[in-house]
Design a binder for this molecule. Structure first.
Ligand SMILES: *[C@@H]1O[C@H](CO)[C@@H](O)[C@H](O)[C@H]1NC(C)=O
Ligand SMILES: *[C@@H]1O[C@H](CO)[C@@H](O)[C@H](O)[C@H]1NC(C)=O
Ligand SMILES: *[C@@H]1O[C@H](CO)[C@@H](O)[C@H](O)[C@H]1NC(C)=O
Ligand SMILES: [Ca+2]
Ligand SMILES: [Ca+2]
Length: 407
């Protein structure tokens, strides 16, 4: 074969591969019933929020009847549904979590392999100010200290030899990351609220036991958000409880798109990034005081990480009151937002919406129970469609053949 021919041949193969990749026959169940076609007809959609205050009622055709959506904000799009779950469903999920057993939410500090230590010398003067030391500790150990904590630490350890509240390169030599980690561990043992999050949680897999209550909630979610039921079935479900001072500092539920790093799935958990298209956060009880969900950069056109750090916007434990958008918990209420935009070209996972930066304000009185329902996709549309197709087939065949991992 001459070079040019071989080249054409390769092109031809590539064209066939691309063509077949996008011509997967797939049926999905959505608001308009069962729809079949090539994969292109399945696109991620967003609820139309229109403007702040916009109200829409969705018929759920189930025991609940309907769900009313109210647009709370448009940058990011945040939608509230007062009674998405019935009180009985809320109690049911709390009990399910208790039966399964909740565990302290993991934090970076307690992972022994973590000895990452990145100096945050913002102004580059080769000295760490008290604020820069706070940010260094935040970045390395996910612990949020106050200026007084740092000064107390210097006093007790003598690390700031000349007492000028600055740590120079020379002074840095008197302690190792291990020593710093040990000191911080002492501080958070006495003050656990200084962790970036303070909560207990459990992952639940109610579909593995074909739980009827959960199945109805999945159907309702599919109806309300207008996505195929088979996609909703790929979601993750987690129950979290917060006691007094329980909180979760601001974070993203998903990650920035990095084409070289694949999305995590239930099969792949190493060297991957979290890809959660949308978050549906359910409040499972009424909280006496506090525990709002806050969006510290909502509407802010000047969003940048530098400013966020400078103003300590991440530290919701202390700065919650300053958040422009706060949603109060109420039993059965859902807060809905989209962590990602939709890619125009293939209708699948697009860029991260950085304005969805959010967290849980501290509980001041009572306890707070929530459930996170994360609608997941990967950035590999065809793989997702294939998984969805299995769910579709499982629902139409008498003997569904699905592995535990897929469910
Ligand atoms: C409503 O639910 C009933 C029974 O589950 C079903 O037969 C019917 O097709 C549903 N209607 C719509 C519009 O989804
Ligand atoms: C945006 O954030 C900055 C930094 O916190 C703040 O100074 C500014 O007032 C905010 N703007 C809006 C519109 O909230
Ligand atoms: C954000 O901006 C919209 C439109 O200007 C406004 O209606 C809304 O109240 C603002 N939200 C917050 C949290 O400031
Ligand atoms: Ca400095
Ligand atoms: Ca010093």
């Amino acid at each position: 074969m001459r070079t040019r021919d071989r080249c054409l041949f390769t092109l031809h193969i590539a064209a066939v591969l691309i063509f077949s990749a996008y011509s997967l026959d797939i049926c999905v169940t959505d608001n308009s019933g069962v729809r079949c076609g090539d994969g292109n007809h399945v696109r991620l959609t967003r609820i139309q929020g229109n403007e702040v205050g916009h109200v829409q009622k969705i018929d759920t055709n189930d025991t609940l009847g309907s769900v009313t959506l109210t647009t709370l904000n448009t940058k990011p799009l945040v939608i509230e549904a007062e009674s998405f779950l019935s009180p009985e469903e809320c109690d049911y999920f709390v009990q399910m979590a208790k039966d399964e057993g909740l565990k302290e939410s993991e934090t970076v500090l307690n992972q022994p392999e973590n000895q990452r230590f990145v100096l945050r010398d913002h102004d580059g003067n080769k000295k760490l100010s008290v604020r820069e030391m706070r940010h260094t500790i935040q970045g390395s150990f996910d612990v949020f200290l106050e200026d007084e904590d740092i000064l107390k630490l210097y006093k007790e350890t003598g690390w700031d030899k000349n007492g000028d509240e600055l740590i120079t390169n020379d002074e840095l030599k008197s302690f190792t990351p291990m020593m710093l980690q040990a000191e911080i561990q002492k501080i958070v043992k006495a003050n656990p609220e200084k962790h970036s999050r303070m909560s207990k949680q459990v992952w639940l897999y109610p579909d593995r036991s074909k739980d009827k209550v959960f199945a109805e909630v999945q159907k309702r979610v599919a109806k309300v958000v207008g996505l195929p039921l088979e996609l909703i079935k790929l979601s993750d479900f987690q129950v979290v409880s917060y006691g007094i001072k329980g909180h979760y500092n601001a974070h993203w539920d998903s990650a920035r798109v990095e084409p070289k790093v694949p999305c995590c799935t239930r099969e792949r958990t190493k060297q991957c990034r979290i890809c959660r298209y949308m978050t549906i956060l359910f409040y499972l009880n009424d909280v006496e005081e506090g525990g709002e969900t806050a969006f510290p950069v909502a509407n802010n056109s000047t969003l940048d990480y530098q400013t966020m750090m400078e103003k300590d916007l991440v530290d919701l434990y202390r700065k919650c009151e300053e958040s422009p958008l706060k949603v109060s918990p109420a039993k059965g209420k859902a807060v809905i937002w989209y962590n990602h935009f939709v890619d125009d070209a293939n209708g699948w996972l697009g860029p991260l919406d950085e304005f969805t930066f959010h967290g849980g304000c501290p509980v001041k009185n009572g306890v707070k129970w929530i459930a996170n329902f994360w609608v997941k996709t990967t950035d590999h549309k065809i793989k997702d469609l294939k998984k969805m197709q299995k769910f579709y087939k499982a629902s139409t065949e008498k003997q569904p053949k699905m592995s535990k991992e897929e469910l």
